[in-house]
Design a protein around this ligand. Structure first.
Ligand SMILES: O=C(CO)[C@H](O)[C@H](O)COP(=O)(O)O
Length: 227
């Protein structure tokens, strides 16, 4: 599995050109892209700045020698590189296993292009994984009821190595919501977004035109886009 992830990440790093400002996603696959970018900075004098989507991404980027900046400094990014949990044939995504979906969506929205790095197990005919929803703790019960009315059975994500719920980098909770097979991701995303107290959900259905998916294979990778 890590060979596939490495191949996808390394290939994504080749999409980055000198002078670019790069959104840096969260997760094990995108870290390979960061590792490669760090190498290009050190060996090829690549000059870039990264906008990290989480504390974890920021820590990794620093370790690899990638200079960091912010979305305030650069509200428009040249490119974002990120992972995903599922990708459907229309290039709609489910993200958020790492609970970084809110900043990841801000960065994806701000980027001219989004390069999504996955292994082949993430490519599905229809999205059916639980959708993470970032929720204001104040409203968690009310939001939970509204999500249940949409057909989910929301589960408050529990932390590992900490008692109680996961608290995101933004101070919020995560509800993991299984909807079964999602027939219309855009419609569901809009319905979830309309619930007061919901910050974001892990459905990414509005960026299909600017997304390129790099699917890592045992040897090499394949590239999927709608254009
Ligand atoms: O959305 C994410 C974090 O919130 C990740 O990008 C997604 O979960 C993929 O992670 P990995 O590359 O480790 O499989």
């Amino acid at each position: 599995m890590s060979a596939e992830k490495r191949n996808a990440g390394y290939r994504a790093a080749e999409e980055v050109e000198d002078g670019m400002v790069v959104g840096l996603g969260t997760g094990s696959t995108v870290f390979f892209a960061m590792e490669r970018l760090g190498k290009r900075i050190a060996e090829d004098r690549l000059s870039i700045a990264g906008v990290p989507t989480s504390y974890q991404a920021a820590i990794r980027a620093r370790r690899y020698g990638i200079p960091l900046t912010s979305l305030d400094e650069y509200p428009e990014l040249d490119i974002a590189i990120d992972g995903a949990d599922q990708v459907d044939p229309a290039l709609c995504l489910i993200k958020g296993r790492g609970a970084a979906l809110l900043r990841e969506k801000c960065v994806c929205d701000a980027a001219q292009r989004a390069v999504i790095v996955v292994d082949g197990t993430k490519m599905v005919e229809a999205l059916n994984a639980p959708v993470p929803v970032e929720v204001l703790p104040f409203a968690v019960e009310a939001v939970s009821r509204r999500l249940a009315a949409l057909g989910a059975d929301p589960v408050l994500r529990e932390a590992v190595k900490k008692d109680g719920p996961v608290v995101t980098d933004n101070g919020n909770f995560i509800l993991d919501c299984s909807f079964g097979t999602i027939a219309d991701p855009g419609r569901l995303e809009t319905a979830i977004a309309s619930i007061p107290g919901t910050l974001e959900c892990g459905l990414f259905s509005a960026y299909t035109e600017k997304i390129t998916v790099i699917v890592g294979e045992e040897k090499g990778c394949s590239v999927v886009s709608l254009h």
